[in-house]
Design a binder for this molecule. Structure first.
Ligand code: PMP
Length: 434
Protein backbone atom coordinates (compact mmCIF):
# COMPACT_ATOMS: atom_id res chain seq x y z
CA UNK A 1 0.00 0.00 0.00
CA UNK A 2 2.62 2.57 0.92
CA UNK A 3 5.63 1.66 -1.22
CA UNK A 4 5.44 4.91 -3.13
CA UNK A 5 5.78 7.06 0.02
CA UNK A 6 9.10 8.87 0.26
CA UNK A 7 10.22 11.02 3.23
CA UNK A 8 8.80 14.56 3.25
CA UNK A 9 11.16 17.49 3.04
CA UNK A 10 12.33 18.40 6.53
CA UNK A 11 10.90 21.53 8.06
CA UNK A 12 13.93 23.81 8.59
CA UNK A 13 12.99 24.62 12.19
CA UNK A 14 12.18 21.05 13.26
CA UNK A 15 15.35 19.89 11.48
CA UNK A 16 17.42 22.20 13.68
CA UNK A 17 15.87 20.71 16.85
CA UNK A 18 16.41 17.16 15.61
CA UNK A 19 20.06 17.81 14.81
CA UNK A 20 20.52 19.49 18.19
CA UNK A 21 18.97 16.58 20.10
CA UNK A 22 21.15 14.06 18.25
CA UNK A 23 24.35 15.94 19.18
CA UNK A 24 25.94 14.46 22.38
CA UNK A 25 28.16 17.53 22.97
CA UNK A 26 27.58 18.83 26.55
CA UNK A 27 27.97 22.50 25.62
CA UNK A 28 25.77 22.50 22.48
CA UNK A 29 23.39 25.46 22.02
CA UNK A 30 19.95 25.43 20.38
CA UNK A 31 19.13 28.79 18.81
CA UNK A 32 16.44 27.38 16.54
CA UNK A 33 13.26 27.28 18.61
CA UNK A 34 11.13 30.39 19.06
CA UNK A 35 9.76 29.43 22.48
CA UNK A 36 10.75 31.51 25.46
CA UNK A 37 13.35 30.12 27.87
CA UNK A 38 14.77 31.63 31.07
CA UNK A 39 18.45 32.14 31.76
CA UNK A 40 18.71 28.48 32.80
CA UNK A 41 17.23 27.42 29.47
CA UNK A 42 13.93 26.47 31.18
CA UNK A 43 10.37 27.45 30.14
CA UNK A 44 8.70 30.10 32.31
CA UNK A 45 5.16 30.06 33.68
CA UNK A 46 3.81 33.59 33.85
CA UNK A 47 2.18 34.78 37.03
CA UNK A 48 -1.03 35.61 35.14
CA UNK A 49 -1.23 31.98 33.96
CA UNK A 50 -0.82 30.68 37.52
CA UNK A 51 -3.52 33.05 38.77
CA UNK A 52 -5.90 32.13 35.96
CA UNK A 53 -5.43 28.39 36.52
CA UNK A 54 -6.09 28.80 40.23
CA UNK A 55 -9.45 30.38 39.46
CA UNK A 56 -10.67 27.70 37.06
CA UNK A 57 -12.47 24.65 38.34
CA UNK A 58 -10.23 21.69 37.38
CA UNK A 59 -13.19 19.48 36.42
CA UNK A 60 -14.11 22.03 33.72
CA UNK A 61 -11.08 20.87 31.79
CA UNK A 62 -12.80 17.55 31.13
CA UNK A 63 -15.73 19.11 29.29
CA UNK A 64 -15.61 19.98 25.62
CA UNK A 65 -15.24 23.63 24.76
CA UNK A 66 -18.63 25.35 24.97
CA UNK A 67 -19.88 27.95 22.50
CA UNK A 68 -19.95 30.48 25.34
CA UNK A 69 -16.28 29.89 26.17
CA UNK A 70 -15.26 30.04 22.50
CA UNK A 71 -17.16 33.29 22.00
CA UNK A 72 -15.57 34.81 25.08
CA UNK A 73 -12.08 33.94 23.86
CA UNK A 74 -12.80 35.31 20.40
CA UNK A 75 -14.33 38.53 21.68
CA UNK A 76 -11.55 39.24 24.18
CA UNK A 77 -8.90 38.43 21.58
CA UNK A 78 -10.57 40.66 18.99
CA UNK A 79 -10.42 43.54 21.49
CA UNK A 80 -6.66 43.10 21.67
CA UNK A 81 -6.16 43.58 17.96
CA UNK A 82 -9.00 45.90 16.91
CA UNK A 83 -9.19 47.96 20.14
CA UNK A 84 -11.69 47.70 22.97
CA UNK A 85 -13.47 50.92 21.96
CA UNK A 86 -13.52 50.33 18.23
CA UNK A 87 -16.81 50.31 16.34
CA UNK A 88 -15.98 46.85 15.07
CA UNK A 89 -16.15 45.50 18.63
CA UNK A 90 -19.14 47.60 19.69
CA UNK A 91 -21.15 46.61 16.63
CA UNK A 92 -19.85 43.00 16.68
CA UNK A 93 -18.78 43.33 13.07
CA UNK A 94 -16.37 40.43 13.07
CA UNK A 95 -16.45 36.69 12.69
CA UNK A 96 -13.99 34.53 14.58
CA UNK A 97 -13.29 31.11 15.98
CA UNK A 98 -10.69 29.56 18.29
CA UNK A 99 -7.87 27.98 16.32
CA UNK A 100 -4.98 25.66 17.11
CA UNK A 101 -2.65 28.54 17.90
CA UNK A 102 -1.16 30.83 15.25
CA UNK A 103 -0.38 27.96 12.90
CA UNK A 104 -3.96 26.71 13.03
CA UNK A 105 -5.37 30.21 12.58
CA UNK A 106 -3.26 30.71 9.43
CA UNK A 107 -4.34 27.32 8.11
CA UNK A 108 -8.02 28.04 8.75
CA UNK A 109 -7.73 31.32 6.92
CA UNK A 110 -5.93 29.66 4.01
CA UNK A 111 -8.78 27.12 3.77
CA UNK A 112 -11.35 29.91 3.93
CA UNK A 113 -9.51 31.92 1.27
CA UNK A 114 -9.38 28.88 -1.02
CA UNK A 115 -13.08 28.14 -0.48
CA UNK A 116 -14.25 31.62 -1.45
CA UNK A 117 -11.43 32.89 -3.70
CA UNK A 118 -10.28 29.64 -5.35
CA UNK A 119 -8.17 31.41 -7.96
CA UNK A 120 -6.39 33.75 -5.54
CA UNK A 121 -2.75 33.78 -4.43
CA UNK A 122 -1.10 34.81 -1.20
CA UNK A 123 1.73 37.35 -1.14
CA UNK A 124 4.27 36.59 1.60
CA UNK A 125 7.08 38.86 2.79
CA UNK A 126 10.60 37.85 1.78
CA UNK A 127 11.73 36.47 4.16
CA UNK A 128 8.98 35.14 6.38
CA UNK A 129 8.30 32.33 8.89
CA UNK A 130 9.09 29.19 6.88
CA UNK A 131 5.76 27.50 7.61
CA UNK A 132 3.69 30.21 5.88
CA UNK A 133 4.59 28.84 2.48
CA UNK A 134 3.78 25.27 3.54
CA UNK A 135 0.41 26.25 4.97
CA UNK A 136 -0.86 27.93 1.79
CA UNK A 137 0.70 25.23 -0.37
CA UNK A 138 -1.28 22.55 1.51
CA UNK A 139 -4.53 24.20 0.46
CA UNK A 140 -3.31 24.74 -3.10
CA UNK A 141 -3.14 28.52 -2.95
CA UNK A 142 -0.04 29.59 -4.88
CA UNK A 143 2.32 31.92 -3.06
CA UNK A 144 4.22 34.94 -4.32
CA UNK A 145 6.70 37.03 -2.39
CA UNK A 146 7.01 40.75 -1.89
CA UNK A 147 10.33 42.32 -1.02
CA UNK A 148 10.64 43.23 2.65
CA UNK A 149 14.18 43.14 3.97
CA UNK A 150 17.42 44.60 2.67
CA UNK A 151 20.30 42.28 3.65
CA UNK A 152 22.96 44.98 3.12
CA UNK A 153 21.37 47.66 5.24
CA UNK A 154 19.76 45.02 7.48
CA UNK A 155 16.63 47.11 7.49
CA UNK A 156 13.26 47.41 5.76
CA UNK A 157 13.40 47.64 1.98
CA UNK A 158 10.48 50.04 1.98
CA UNK A 159 10.68 51.28 -1.62
CA UNK A 160 10.85 47.74 -2.97
CA UNK A 161 8.00 46.68 -0.71
CA UNK A 162 5.81 49.50 -2.00
CA UNK A 163 6.75 48.66 -5.58
CA UNK A 164 5.75 45.03 -5.12
CA UNK A 165 2.48 45.99 -3.45
CA UNK A 166 1.79 48.33 -6.36
CA UNK A 167 2.64 45.77 -9.01
CA UNK A 168 0.57 42.94 -7.55
CA UNK A 169 -2.78 42.45 -9.32
CA UNK A 170 -5.60 44.49 -7.74
CA UNK A 171 -7.43 42.65 -4.97
CA UNK A 172 -4.53 40.40 -3.92
CA UNK A 173 -4.18 38.73 -0.52
CA UNK A 174 -1.13 39.87 1.47
CA UNK A 175 0.20 38.36 4.68
CA UNK A 176 1.63 41.03 6.99
CA UNK A 177 3.43 40.72 10.33
CA UNK A 178 2.07 43.68 12.34
CA UNK A 179 4.91 43.59 14.90
CA UNK A 180 8.17 41.79 15.68
CA UNK A 181 8.56 40.42 12.15
CA UNK A 182 9.83 36.84 12.11
CA UNK A 183 12.63 36.24 11.20
CA UNK A 184 14.10 39.74 10.66
CA UNK A 185 12.90 41.64 13.76
CA UNK A 186 12.45 44.64 11.43
CA UNK A 187 9.07 46.43 11.43
CA UNK A 188 7.80 49.37 9.34
CA UNK A 189 7.39 52.66 11.23
CA UNK A 190 3.87 54.01 11.86
CA UNK A 191 4.34 56.42 8.97
CA UNK A 192 5.37 53.60 6.67
CA UNK A 193 2.37 51.53 7.78
CA UNK A 194 0.14 54.50 6.87
CA UNK A 195 1.65 54.60 3.39
CA UNK A 196 1.29 50.84 3.01
CA UNK A 197 -2.34 51.02 4.14
CA UNK A 198 -3.12 53.84 1.67
CA UNK A 199 -1.61 51.88 -1.18
CA UNK A 200 -3.55 48.76 -0.15
CA UNK A 201 -6.69 50.90 -0.32
CA UNK A 202 -5.90 52.07 -3.84
CA UNK A 203 -5.12 48.52 -4.93
CA UNK A 204 -8.02 46.96 -3.00
CA UNK A 205 -5.66 44.36 -1.49
CA UNK A 206 -6.72 42.20 1.46
CA UNK A 207 -4.41 42.50 4.51
CA UNK A 208 -4.12 39.31 6.54
CA UNK A 209 -2.22 39.99 9.76
CA UNK A 210 -0.31 37.19 11.43
CA UNK A 211 -0.15 38.38 15.05
CA UNK A 212 2.22 35.89 16.67
CA UNK A 213 4.15 38.28 18.92
CA UNK A 214 1.78 40.97 20.19
CA UNK A 215 3.62 42.77 22.99
CA UNK A 216 7.06 41.57 21.96
CA UNK A 217 8.05 44.55 19.80
CA UNK A 218 7.24 47.49 22.06
CA UNK A 219 6.38 45.69 25.29
CA UNK A 220 2.95 47.23 24.93
CA UNK A 221 0.12 45.07 23.67
CA UNK A 222 -1.82 48.13 22.45
CA UNK A 223 1.24 49.68 20.80
CA UNK A 224 1.94 46.48 18.92
CA UNK A 225 -1.55 46.62 17.41
CA UNK A 226 -0.80 50.02 15.85
CA UNK A 227 -0.39 48.69 12.31
CA UNK A 228 -3.75 46.91 12.51
CA UNK A 229 -5.43 50.03 13.93
CA UNK A 230 -4.05 52.10 11.04
CA UNK A 231 -5.60 49.70 8.54
CA UNK A 232 -8.81 49.71 10.57
CA UNK A 233 -9.02 53.51 10.48
CA UNK A 234 -8.60 53.37 6.71
CA UNK A 235 -11.66 51.14 6.46
CA UNK A 236 -10.03 47.94 5.21
CA UNK A 237 -11.52 44.53 5.39
CA UNK A 238 -9.01 42.66 7.60
CA UNK A 239 -8.18 39.15 8.73
CA UNK A 240 -6.12 38.34 11.84
CA UNK A 241 -4.44 35.16 13.05
CA UNK A 242 -3.60 35.51 16.75
CA UNK A 243 -1.35 33.29 18.82
CA UNK A 244 -0.92 33.18 22.60
CA UNK A 245 2.06 30.83 22.43
CA UNK A 246 4.66 33.48 23.02
CA UNK A 247 3.05 36.41 24.78
CA UNK A 248 1.45 34.14 27.39
CA UNK A 249 4.09 31.41 27.24
CA UNK A 250 1.45 28.81 26.37
CA UNK A 251 3.15 27.04 23.48
CA UNK A 252 1.95 23.58 24.47
CA UNK A 253 -1.70 24.58 24.79
CA UNK A 254 -2.07 25.72 21.17
CA UNK A 255 -4.36 28.70 21.81
CA UNK A 256 -5.11 31.03 18.95
CA UNK A 257 -7.93 32.86 17.21
CA UNK A 258 -8.80 33.60 13.61
CA UNK A 259 -10.96 36.67 13.07
CA UNK A 260 -12.28 38.34 9.94
CA UNK A 261 -13.87 41.80 9.85
CA UNK A 262 -17.35 41.93 8.36
CA UNK A 263 -19.74 44.54 6.98
CA UNK A 264 -22.46 43.71 9.50
CA UNK A 265 -23.75 41.11 11.95
CA UNK A 266 -25.47 39.08 9.21
CA UNK A 267 -22.24 38.70 7.26
CA UNK A 268 -20.47 37.84 10.52
CA UNK A 269 -22.93 34.97 11.14
CA UNK A 270 -22.41 33.62 7.63
CA UNK A 271 -18.62 33.74 7.87
CA UNK A 272 -18.67 32.24 11.36
CA UNK A 273 -20.70 29.28 10.19
CA UNK A 274 -18.30 28.67 7.29
CA UNK A 275 -15.26 28.84 9.59
CA UNK A 276 -16.93 26.46 12.02
CA UNK A 277 -17.68 24.02 9.23
CA UNK A 278 -14.04 24.07 8.11
CA UNK A 279 -12.71 23.60 11.65
CA UNK A 280 -15.16 20.74 12.42
CA UNK A 281 -13.58 18.66 9.68
CA UNK A 282 -10.06 19.44 10.87
CA UNK A 283 -10.15 19.05 14.66
CA UNK A 284 -13.76 18.95 15.81
CA UNK A 285 -13.55 21.41 18.66
CA UNK A 286 -10.46 23.04 20.16
CA UNK A 287 -8.87 21.76 23.42
CA UNK A 288 -10.39 23.44 26.45
CA UNK A 289 -7.54 23.91 28.92
CA UNK A 290 -5.59 26.65 27.15
CA UNK A 291 -8.73 28.43 26.00
CA UNK A 292 -9.99 28.58 29.59
CA UNK A 293 -6.69 30.08 30.76
CA UNK A 294 -6.52 32.73 28.04
CA UNK A 295 -10.19 33.66 28.40
CA UNK A 296 -9.74 34.05 32.14
CA UNK A 297 -6.63 36.20 31.74
CA UNK A 298 -8.29 38.48 29.21
CA UNK A 299 -11.67 38.77 30.91
CA UNK A 300 -10.62 39.11 34.56
CA UNK A 301 -9.44 42.73 34.97
CA UNK A 302 -7.04 41.90 37.83
CA UNK A 303 -5.37 39.03 36.01
CA UNK A 304 -5.29 40.98 32.75
CA UNK A 305 -3.49 43.78 34.57
CA UNK A 306 -0.87 41.28 35.75
CA UNK A 307 -0.42 40.01 32.19
CA UNK A 308 -0.09 43.51 30.73
CA UNK A 309 2.45 44.33 33.40
CA UNK A 310 4.39 41.17 32.71
CA UNK A 311 4.57 42.10 29.03
CA UNK A 312 5.10 45.81 29.72
CA UNK A 313 8.19 45.29 31.86
CA UNK A 314 9.95 45.10 28.56
CA UNK A 315 8.84 48.58 27.51
CA UNK A 316 10.26 50.32 30.57
CA UNK A 317 13.42 48.34 30.53
CA UNK A 318 14.00 48.64 26.81
CA UNK A 319 13.96 52.44 27.04
CA UNK A 320 16.43 52.11 29.85
CA UNK A 321 18.57 49.78 27.76
CA UNK A 322 18.48 52.11 24.77
CA UNK A 323 19.41 55.08 26.92
CA UNK A 324 22.36 53.15 28.31
CA UNK A 325 23.44 51.97 24.87
CA UNK A 326 23.47 55.58 23.74
CA UNK A 327 25.78 56.64 26.52
CA UNK A 328 27.81 53.47 26.50
CA UNK A 329 27.03 52.42 30.07
CA UNK A 330 28.03 48.86 30.88
CA UNK A 331 24.73 48.21 32.55
CA UNK A 332 24.83 44.48 32.07
CA UNK A 333 27.19 44.30 35.02
CA UNK A 334 25.66 43.15 38.30
CA UNK A 335 25.33 46.59 39.88
CA UNK A 336 23.17 47.71 36.98
CA UNK A 337 21.06 44.60 37.04
CA UNK A 338 20.51 45.34 40.72
CA UNK A 339 19.25 48.84 39.99
CA UNK A 340 17.09 47.49 37.23
CA UNK A 341 15.34 45.22 39.68
CA UNK A 342 14.06 48.42 41.30
CA UNK A 343 12.30 49.24 38.04
CA UNK A 344 10.58 45.93 38.14
CA UNK A 345 10.55 42.79 40.21
CA UNK A 346 9.89 40.86 37.04
CA UNK A 347 13.19 41.97 35.53
CA UNK A 348 14.19 38.53 34.44
CA UNK A 349 11.05 37.69 32.55
CA UNK A 350 10.53 37.30 28.87
CA UNK A 351 11.33 40.16 26.60
CA UNK A 352 13.53 42.02 29.05
CA UNK A 353 15.86 39.08 29.26
CA UNK A 354 15.80 38.76 25.50
CA UNK A 355 16.78 42.38 25.03
CA UNK A 356 19.48 42.08 27.63
CA UNK A 357 20.94 39.12 25.75
CA UNK A 358 20.93 41.17 22.55
CA UNK A 359 22.99 43.85 24.25
CA UNK A 360 25.42 41.42 25.85
CA UNK A 361 25.92 39.49 22.61
CA UNK A 362 26.58 42.67 20.65
CA UNK A 363 28.99 43.98 23.24
CA UNK A 364 30.84 40.67 23.41
CA UNK A 365 31.34 40.74 19.63
CA UNK A 366 32.53 44.34 19.80
CA UNK A 367 34.96 43.48 22.59
CA UNK A 368 36.39 40.77 20.36
CA UNK A 369 37.01 43.57 17.84
CA UNK A 370 34.89 41.94 15.21
CA UNK A 371 35.41 43.85 11.96
CA UNK A 372 31.67 43.56 11.23
CA UNK A 373 28.92 45.89 12.35
CA UNK A 374 26.61 44.18 14.88
CA UNK A 375 24.35 47.13 15.60
CA UNK A 376 21.38 45.30 14.10
CA UNK A 377 21.43 42.82 16.99
CA UNK A 378 20.14 45.53 19.31
CA UNK A 379 18.18 47.45 16.66
CA UNK A 380 15.97 44.50 15.84
CA UNK A 381 13.03 43.68 18.07
CA UNK A 382 11.20 40.57 19.24
CA UNK A 383 12.35 37.05 19.86
CA UNK A 384 14.65 36.68 16.88
CA UNK A 385 17.87 38.17 15.64
CA UNK A 386 18.33 37.98 11.89
CA UNK A 387 22.08 37.82 12.31
CA UNK A 388 23.29 38.22 8.74
CA UNK A 389 25.32 34.98 9.07
CA UNK A 390 25.35 33.15 5.75
CA UNK A 391 24.67 29.44 5.17
CA UNK A 392 28.37 28.53 5.19
CA UNK A 393 28.89 30.32 8.50
CA UNK A 394 25.80 28.66 10.01
CA UNK A 395 27.16 25.30 8.83
CA UNK A 396 30.54 25.96 10.49
CA UNK A 397 28.86 27.01 13.72
CA UNK A 398 27.02 23.70 13.79
CA UNK A 399 29.90 21.44 12.77
CA UNK A 400 32.72 23.10 14.73
CA UNK A 401 30.98 24.71 17.66
CA UNK A 402 27.75 22.66 18.16
CA UNK A 403 25.64 25.79 17.81
CA UNK A 404 22.33 25.23 16.00
CA UNK A 405 20.18 27.78 14.15
CA UNK A 406 18.08 27.90 10.96
CA UNK A 407 20.13 28.05 7.73
CA UNK A 408 19.08 31.66 7.10
CA UNK A 409 21.09 32.75 10.15
CA UNK A 410 18.10 33.42 12.39
CA UNK A 411 19.04 33.30 16.05
CA UNK A 412 16.33 32.70 18.63
CA UNK A 413 17.52 35.05 21.36
CA UNK A 414 15.59 32.97 23.90
CA UNK A 415 18.32 30.33 23.51
CA UNK A 416 21.06 32.80 24.51
CA UNK A 417 21.89 32.84 28.23
CA UNK A 418 24.45 34.55 30.44
CA UNK A 419 26.25 31.20 30.53
CA UNK A 420 26.56 30.61 26.80
CA UNK A 421 26.71 34.14 25.38
CA UNK A 422 30.51 34.48 25.50
CA UNK A 423 31.00 31.08 23.87
CA UNK A 424 28.48 32.06 21.20
CA UNK A 425 30.14 35.42 20.54
CA UNK A 426 33.56 33.78 20.23
CA UNK A 427 32.20 31.20 17.81
CA UNK A 428 30.46 33.82 15.68
CA UNK A 429 33.64 35.85 15.66
CA UNK A 430 35.69 32.81 14.60
CA UNK A 431 33.42 31.91 11.68
CA UNK A 432 32.96 35.45 10.44
CA UNK A 433 36.57 36.55 10.81
CA UNK A 434 37.96 33.80 8.55
N1 PMP B 1 3.37 33.13 12.80
C1 PMP B 1 4.64 33.45 13.00
C2 PMP B 1 5.18 34.66 12.33
C3 PMP B 1 5.46 32.67 13.82
O1 PMP B 1 6.72 33.02 14.01
C4 PMP B 1 4.91 31.52 14.43
C5 PMP B 1 5.73 30.62 15.31
N2 PMP B 1 7.02 30.62 15.23
C6 PMP B 1 3.58 31.22 14.20
C7 PMP B 1 2.83 32.03 13.39
C8 PMP B 1 2.90 30.03 14.80
O2 PMP B 1 3.04 29.92 16.15
P1 PMP B 1 2.09 29.02 17.03
O3 PMP B 1 1.39 28.07 16.15
O4 PMP B 1 2.96 28.37 18.02
O5 PMP B 1 1.18 29.97 17.69
Amino acid sequence: WWDHVTPALKDPISAVTQAFLADPCPYKINLGVGAYRDDEGKPVVLQCVREAEAKIEASNFLESTSTALSSKLVEESAKLVYGEDSDVIKEKRFAGIPALSGTGACRLFAEFQKRFYPESRIYLPDPTWSNHRNIWREVHVPDRTFRYYHPDSKSLNFMALMDDVKNAPDGSFFLLHPCAHNPTGVDPTDEQWREISSLFKVKNHFPFFDVAYQGFASGDVEGDAKAIRIFLEDGHSIGCAQSFSKNMGLYGHRVGVLSVLCNDKIQAMAINSQLQQISRTMYGSPPIHGISIVSKILSDPDIKAIWLKEVKVYLVSSFFFRFCTLFDFHYYKDDWTDSLSIISKCYKVMATRIHRMRVILREALERLESPLNWQHITNQVGMFCFSGLNRAEVYLLEKEFHIYMTPDGRISMAGVTTKNVDYLANAIHEVTAC
